[in-house]
Write a protein that binds this ligand. Structure first.
Ligand code: PLP
Length: 486
């Protein structure tokens, strides 16, 4: 063999060793240890432009020593990450992942099983069916139920609505949706995944009908009026989408009322439980999903409140066959007509072809922590949001926008009450940015009823009520600095 090839194989063999793996896992373990101490900044103060300068270099043409590459990860990458495991990170709905699931990631990469067809992933395919079944049971779906893992809630909702389209317009796959397609009805605070799916499915955005909220939930009476009005106009409804755990406020639509409205009218109910379906794990919070059994499809993201690393999304269907017919895909070079393969292959049921065996880390999380422990974590995160709500209610300079129904809370700084709404919007926008730049903590913001507000999503098992108090103190201090400077 030529010398160069020998070198190449030697490098690959060396990189397959436990010693090499340890270089990477040691970085991850060090990150977990550092963030526990609460001493590092929660995020970077550097802008994307500043970070980009560091990486402005030509593509490497030759191999470099492993130590050099790992050193770059340590010195050039890690300093500017968002430290989701820092106890005062309270930003977006992305988890500080469950540790056993983190350590499963290298195995998923090493095995590289693709869920396209069962013959490419003999065990992972079976495990995906197993885990989907467990989750169907938690959701109260019966023996005919099924589902698939997805990249997240956006893909799950897209796929659910594709299945709803196949039910409403069975020949749309071949002939398109025509000039008078059915509508999709959703709440004002539905995630953009719903409108996006309506656009992607060719229905046209004007066929996404939005029901206003009351108390940050879909107004159920408004829904009934909307459905009556659509019926009077002889417009057919492809699906109603309810949200269990809305993005902005973590509120739950009233499935117990919405479900019967859909059932009476024979309408497909999709529940976007990307955030909130994990309440099913909790004895205390599962009641928020009462009425879920009316759903014909459910999006549930383990990479949110089950604290899995990205990505791990799940779509559950009350009738597995609805999913099997959603993608009327013919691909004889991959999908055989074989009866047994049809039962197991997940590719025909999925938007993706090559697909990671993310089920492995989900299965590991269930095995290692069990439903009870993951439910207890859900309870802990909701209790933190409740504590923060109470602390803010008692604080003279802040106003809460709602009581938390999960681990999400919106509030705003109001100071001594002398600012008007416009000035408060600008102040709260700037407050969030300067607080995050300080590195003390990290929160998000959102728009609620036209106003700019602050928002936290408490996702971190390490966060305590003291950390929450420190976030509030830090924001109040930052607000004082801003006022003194003006
Ligand atoms: C209610 C809801 N649905 C869907 C999504 C989209 O999920 P993903 O980012 O996993 O695609 C989100 C994400 O924030 C969400 O909060």
């Amino acid at each position: 063999m030529p010398r160069q090839e020998l070198d190449l194989l030697a490098i690959l063999e060396r990189d397959m060793s436990l010693e090499t793996a340890t270089h990477f896992t040691a970085l991850a373990a060090q990150y977990l240890a550092d963030t526990r101490e609460r001493e590092s900044a929660v995020s970077t103060g550097r802008s994307s432009d500043e970070i980009a300068e560091r990486f402005d270099e030509p593509i490497p043409l030759d191999a470099q020593p492993l130590e050099t590459v790992v050193g770059r990860l340590r010195d050039d990458v890690l300093p500017d990450v968002n430290r989701l495991y820092h106890p005062r990170y309270a930003g977006h709905q992305v988890s500080p992942p469950l540790p056993a699931a983190i350590w499963c990631e290298p195995l998923i990469g090493a095995l590289n099983q693709s869920l396209a067809v069962a013959e490419m992933s003999p065990v992972a395919t079976v495990l995906e069916h197993r885990v989907v079944r467990w989750m169907c049971e938690l959701a109260g779906l019966g023996a005919a139920a099924g589902g698939t893992l997805t990249s997240g809630g956006t893909e799950a909702t897209f796929t659910a609505l594709l299945a709803a389209r196949a039910a409403a317009l069975p020949d749309a796959w071949t002939n398109g949706v025509g000039t008078n397609p059915p509508v999709v009805v959703c709440g004002e605070h539905a995630h953009y995944a719903v409108a996006r799916a309506v656009g992607e499915l060719g229905l046209g955005l004007h066929n996404a009908v939005v029901v206003p909220s009351r108390g940050w939930r879909m107004d159920t009476e408004g829904l009934a009026l909307t459905l009556d009005s659509l019926a009077a106009q002889e417009r057919s409804v492809m699906a109603v989408v309810a949200t269990a755990g809305s993005t902005a406020t973590g509120s739950f639509d009233e499935l117990e009322a919405i479900g019967p409205l859909c059932h009476e009218r024979g309408l497909w109910l999709h529940v976007d439980g990307a955030h909130g379906a994990s309440a099913l794990l909790s004895e205390t919070h599962r009641d928020r999903l009462r009425g879920l059994a009316y759903a014909r499809s459910i999006a549930w993201d383990p990479h949110k409140m089950m604290l899995l690393p990205l990505s791990a999304g799940v779509l559950l269907m009350r009738e597995e066959k609805d999913l099997a017919t959603a993608f009327a895909q013919r691909a004889p070079y991959l999908f055989t007509g074989d009866e047994n393969a049809r039962q197991w292959d997940q590719g025909p049921r999925s938007f993706q072809c090559s697909r990671r065996a993310d089920v492995l880390k989900l299965w590991v999380a269930f095995q290692r922590y069990g439903v009870r422990m993951m439910g207890a974590l859900y309870d802990h995160l909701c209790a933190l949001a409740r504590s923060m709500y109470e602390q803010l209610e008692a604080h003279p300079q802040f106003e809460t926008m709602h009581e938390p129904e999960s681990n999400i809370l919106c509030f705003r700084w109001v100071g001594d009450g002398s600012f008007g709404d416009e000035a408060l919007d600008a102040f709260n926008r700037e407050l969030r940015e300067s607080y995050n730049r300080s590195g003390e903590g990290w929160i998000t913001g959102t728009n609620l009823a036209g106003r700019r507000v602050l928002r936290v999503t408490l996702m971190n098992p390490r966060t305590t009520t003291t950390d929450v108090a420190e976030i509030i103190d830090g924001l109040a201090r930052q607000a004082d600095v801003m006022r003194a400077a003006n």
